[in-house]
Design a binder for this molecule. Sequence first.
Ligand code: UD2
Length: 302
Amino acid sequence: MHILVTGGAGFIGSHSVAALLADGHTVRVFDNLSSGQAANVPAEAELVIADITDHAAVEAAIRGCAATLHLAALVSVPQSLEQPIETLAVNTTGTAHLLEAARRAGCARVVLASTCAVYGDIPGVKDEQAPLRPLVPYATSKLMAEELMRCYARSYGVQAISLRYFNVYGPRQRADSPYSGVLARWCAAARAGQLCRVFGDGEQTRDFVSVHDVARANLMALTSPAAVSGEVYNVATGRATSLNDILTTLRDLVGPQFSWEHAPARTGDIPHSRGDSARLQDLGWHPQVGLSAGLAELVMIR
Ligand code: UD2
């Protein structure tokens, strides 16, 4: 297939593009390079530099594509609190531009990158039937994008599939912002011989899913005949790992020089997050990268 990947120059995007190329597809990347980098795009893929809110550019880029992986978004929770209008414009209206362009161009399938943030702080393991409690504009913007996906599935027959990623980590995740993912920050600190910082007591847990597994989930959602249009699927391992356990693993990997300090807990931090991905597993996806192997890869590279 010829596949459009919006946000394809970013962290999850570049791994997904590589997985699609390896599966024999041709890929066009659409990215404004606001957080992604042209160097992340494999030479075999075409790169269109444009903004997801530029309707004419989206329409031109989607022409001839049988499917689209829609990753272009503003992904920072704190930025969404400071800039809710921009977040809604890119994440929600951007998805509307993409879906409308898909409808007009006859692009049969769209896969949206959504987030576990739509569940907010509800307790327990989250499956797709769990109550939704978006607590920040980022989460609301993605929930509204999911609703647009359902709308285009029902009203226009676009095969629209949303994936709710849990905490994604892996190579090429940016570590240079205070709001970068915890594993990217800690592994960068470990490589540089610097102290890392633990917000709170470190007993909070997350469901960390490797970007390699996320790329395979994206490939499956784009190609599987069994993926149900209008549905959402969690992308999670089902395992909760505490930050303290990660610190122990990193010390084993790096040595006793790896050290950390504690800082006050982040306001609004969710204590525990764990996803049930049985629905995606029914399609044949299973997480393959264990956390210790994933951490070892992150500590070694770059
Ligand atoms: C993740 C997503 C966010 C949203 C949210 C939904 C990332 C990067 N962010 O936020 O977009 O989907 O889930 O619930 O995946 N921490 C430290 N030290 C650091 C950085 C973080 O202790 O240097 C802690 C932080 O307080 C939190 C945990 O590590 O308890 C994970 O933080 P995160 O920023 O990687 O991700 P999270 O779960 O807050």
